[in-house]
Design a protein around this ligand. Structure first.
Ligand SMILES: [Zn+2]
Length: 339
């Protein structure tokens, strides 16, 4: 089968590789859509921290935001999975340690992450094998595009939950990328007035085009009480700025990661009586995200700027702009050549 293999920083190509076999407890999925995210691009540049602390090494097969259909099962897997449309949890805890047993498998020390950590091949391929326990069934209303947006959506759903947004609340989201915009969608669906802070005119114009009229640069940001501030950026100074901007007794959510330490003054946190929450993964939010997409509570499909084949994966990972507007590019491994 065809798979995109990253062999060194900036060096990757589609290769013919052996198709995955369904090991005991695992399922093989025919991949229909894969999203490319910032983590993937950090692997492409070689900056991703896992490459430097031993959790990942080249050659790698990326891809952790995916949807597809189950086509083969290993021993011990419920046959009902065969033929089902699914997405999968990126985080694969060992299932045996204290954290896993307490329901926190997404922070298991020994975990693999699909397409990210521990050598577990990702979804930038025609097929993918994953543990059946990591699968989530997609209802008919969640098409393959939505299915591949469940993973980033689960992160954003958790961020919006952590912000505690409801009617009458005002949220400020720093960073109008995929996670920021998805979080904005969930916060808006919860009834909040949503503001977005961004740097480039293009990103703010895109936010406005999908209905977020309160999209500001730092200079334009109105001086309003923000009940929650969510940092979905990769800018090291913004976590401290978020603490400055949040209302006393409000909530701070940190989901963005900068390339260098981003410090906050905890005296300010205490004196403002602020609750701060960090979010790593989508795992605890996947089912709620699928339900929200299925019910039409949020529809993130406009975030997808383009859908291309595996042959263009390297170009997408290198950050080559697409013709469409929006922060997300999808790969459809069934497409050949230029679509
Ligand atoms: Zn564990």
């Amino acid at each position: 089968m065809r798979a995109f293999v990253l062999t060194a920083p900036g060096v990757g190509a589609v290769q013919d590789v052996p198709p995955p076999q369904a090991a005991p407890g695992e399922a093989v999925v025919d991949v229909e859509r894969v999203g490319i995210c910032g983590t993937d691009m950090e692997f492409f540049t070689g900056e991703m921290s896992y490459l430097h602390d031993g959790h990942a090494r080249f050659p790698m097969r990326l891809g952790h935001e995916w949807s597809g259909t189950v086509t083969a099962l290993g021993a011990g897997v419920d046959p009902a999975w065969l033929g089902r449309r699914v997405m999968g949890d990126t985080m694969l805890g060992d299932g045996t340690c204290r954290r896993c047993l307490r329901g926190h498998q997404h922070v298991c020390e020994q975990r693999e992450e699909v397409g990210i950590r521990g050598g577990r091949p990702g979804a930038l391929a025609e097929q993918l094998a994953v543990p059946a326990t990591s699968l989530h069934h997609l209802p008919d209303a969640v098409d393959p595009v939505l299915g591949a947006l469940v993973e980033p959506g689960g992160n954003a759903w958790r961020a919006a939950q952590a912000a505690g947004m409801g009617a009458g609340d005002r949220a400020l989201i720093l960073g109008p990328g995929t996670i920021g915009l998805l979080t904005a969608m969930f916060a808006r669906a919860a009834g909040a007035e949503v503001h977005l802070l961004g740097r480039t005119p293009e990103s703010l114009e895109f936010a406005r085009s999908i209905g977020f009229e309160h999209a500001w640069t730092e200079d334009q940001l109105p001086d309003l009480p923000y009940d929650a501030v969510i940092d979905a950026s990769n800018a090291a100074p913004l976590p401290a700025r978020a603490l400055d901007l949040v209302e006393p007794a409000g909530r701070l959510v940190y989901i963005g990661l900068a390339g260098s330490p981003s410090l906050i003054d905890t005296r300010r946190l205490a004196l403002k009586d602020v609750t701060a929450v960090g979010i790593l993964s989508a795992s605890p939010g996947l089912e709620d995200t699928i339900a929200a997409y299925a019910a039409g509570v949020v529809d993130p499909r406009p975030l997808v700027a383009a859908t291309v084949g595996l042959d263009q994966a390297g170009s997408v990972l290198a950050g080559t702009p697409t013709t469409g507007a929006g922060p997300k590019v999808h790969i459809d491994p069934r497409l050949r050549g230029t679509p």
